[in-house]
Design a protein around this ligand. Structure first.
Ligand SMILES: NC(=O)c1ccc[n+]([C@@H]2O[C@H](COP(=O)([O-])OP(=O)(O)OC[C@H]3O[C@@H](n4cnc5c(N)ncnc54)[C@H](O)[C@@H]3O)[C@@H](O)[C@H]2O)c1
Length: 484
């Protein structure tokens, strides 16, 4: 670990020197790096798909949709928008401040640390990096040790495409993260669990470093079958795609559980069965389209959740597991006990509990009784229910009539609230996430208001009261001696 400490010190020194040189502030440098990211992903498409298969058993098309294609689009958006993003924004100051002018300029924080997670190891590493570079920072990335092939590929490839005095990759697990966190950073961007998020925030507090925490949680999905009965086929397909078609449910925005009225539960289960078969065939394990569970430890966690006898009794579809292949079959549960572990921790796997309610309106209270989720999904055409969801619950995002798609839409901010995280990124929000918005006020020495200064008297107090209210007409009267 001494050698690692030395490497971290040296890397940080180089990145700080590079930032101090001003090189990363130039728009030209930022664009060159963004172009290089696009080129790197294009040139290494096959290798990236290979490592995602080795680490997670992801199908190459799933890998392209969720990671490579997503990253190239994100870098292209930044590249095409950067000239607009960097322009200082004029602020219209109240007349009170005349003749001063105001503007806001986006300033890079400096040297930022990105710690990423294993489930989308390419996109969750490169996408924050795109934001950090767009904003003109130097960046150090540590990807997750649990996706070692992706981490190794990034560590090998990034230095040969990007400015390696400004952008660095260090590989390792919690021990390396601990060393990194002992240093002072200008911003920390973390993707991972709420448990480790607390460690990150505590370490950042030591240096008052700002953090963005992209965490997880249990994302509920409401099905208001009354209002979407005509479109149930699409509803079930979308939920199935979100639950089982993206890293086998090992995704922070995956559907965690469904809330539906009791009277519709058995029909819903019957609707899922043919859809799952149409996606993954009669033997999903051999379909090549089901990602595997990342590690034995994670597999054992899932099997512990499922092996609770009360949970076992709730399995209505699937439930088979193969430890050697780290495979868990797409599985549906009906009403597992609400005090079971599976209903109280993020599932992060291909298991879908269906929880029944007497009336779908009760879903609001159910969601409110839990920590604030990263996403709420609701299939409904009922405007009143939509309004209740928006006004009575809190979550990182709400998506009506679809799942997970909000992540891909970079016109919307992506991030959590409460236990699901803090801060947001994607598109322009990524640029803002890695920028300090500096307020600039340009005053004039042409005139001076004596009312600002001591000695104090009643005239000055009246003046200040009127000024705070921006009561300009009364101020003029006061100055003309026509008002007391
Ligand atoms: N909001 C999002 O965008 C998003 C995306 C993916 C995953 N997640 C969440 O991430 C979690 C799963 O990912 P994970 O298992 O990689 O999370 P994790 O918290 O275990 O690890 C995330 C990162 O933290 C590092 N780390 C682990 N232990 C550490 C320690 N003691 N000190 C410092 N750093 C440490 C890891 O090396 C890794 O780089 C889930 O909760 C999921 O919802 C969130």
């Amino acid at each position: 670990m001494e050698a690692m400490k030395e490497t971290v010190d040296q890397s940080l020194r180089e990145m700080r020197d590079t930032f101090a040189s001003g090189r990363t502030r130039s728009v030209k440098w930022r664009k060159t790096q963004l172009e290089a990211i696009i080129e790197m992903v294009k040139d290494n498409e096959d290798k990236m798909c290979d490592v995602l298969f080795q680490d997670l058993g992801k199908h190459s098309i799933e890998a392209f949709r969720d990671e490579l294609g997503f990253v190239m689009r994100s870098a292209t958006t930044a590249l095409n928008s950067l000239d607009k993003w960097v322009v200082p924004r004029k602020s219209n100051l109240p007349l009170l401040f005349y003749p001063a002018t105001g503007k806001v300029i986006s300033e890079p924080y400096g040297t930022v640390l990105v710690l990423s997670s294993w489930n989308f190891p390419i996109s969750l590493s490169l996408d924050p990096m795109i934001g950090a570079i767009s904003a003109g920072n130097t960046v150090l990335l540590k990807a997750s040790e649990l996706s070692p092939n992706a981490s190794a590929l990034l560590a090998k490839t990034i230095p040969s495409y990007l400015d390696n005095k400004a952008i660095k990759v260090i590989e390792g697990g919690p021990d390396v993260a601990t060393i990194l966190l002992q240093h002072q950073w200008d911003k920390i961007f973390f993707t991972g669990s709420p448990r480790i998020g607390k460690i990150i925030m505590a370490a950042a507090a030591e240096h008052l470093t700002p953090v963005t925490l992209e965490l997880g949680g249990k994302c509920p999905t409401i099905i208001d079958h009354h209002s979407v009965s005509k479109d149930m086929k699409s509803v079930v397909k979308r939920i199935s795609g979100g639950k089982w078609g993206s890293c086998s449910g090992q995704a922070c925005i995956s559907v965690d559980y469904i809330l539906v009225e009791q009277s519709f539960a058995s029909s819903l289960i019957e609707m899922f069965k043919p859809v799952i078969r149409s996606f993954f065939g009669e033997n999903p394990k051999e379909s090549g389209c089901v990602a595997r569970i990342v590690t034995k430890k994670h597999f054992q966690r899932l099997s512990r959740l499922l092996n609770d006898p009360r949970v076992q009794a709730s399995i209505v579809y699937g439930g088979s597991m193969d430890e050697e292949k780290l495979y868990v079959e797409p599985t549906i549960l009906l009403n597992p006990p609400l005090d079971s572990e599976i209903m109280n921790e993020e599932i992060f796997g291909p298991v879908l509990p269906i929880i029944t309610l007497r009336d779908i309106q009760e879903s609001i209270g159910f969601i409110k009784s839990k920590p604030k989720p990263l996403a709420i999904y609701a299939f409904t055409m009922d405007e009143k229910l939509k309004t209740r969801i928006l006004s009575e619950t809190s979550s990182g995002s709400v998506t009506f009539n679809d799942v997970m798609i909000q992540y891909m839409c970079d016109a919307l901010p992506f991030g959590g609230v409460g236990e699901s995280g803090m801060g947001r990124y994607h598109g322009k929000y990524s640029f803002e996430c890695f920028s300090h918005e500096k307020a600039i006020m340009e005053g004039s020495l042409a005139m001076d208001l004596e009312a600002r200064y001591p000695p104090w008297n009643n005239f000055k107090l009246t003046f200040i009261r009127l000024a705070f209210r921006e009561a300009y007409f009364k101020l003029v009267l006061l100055m003309l001696g026509l008002k007391r």
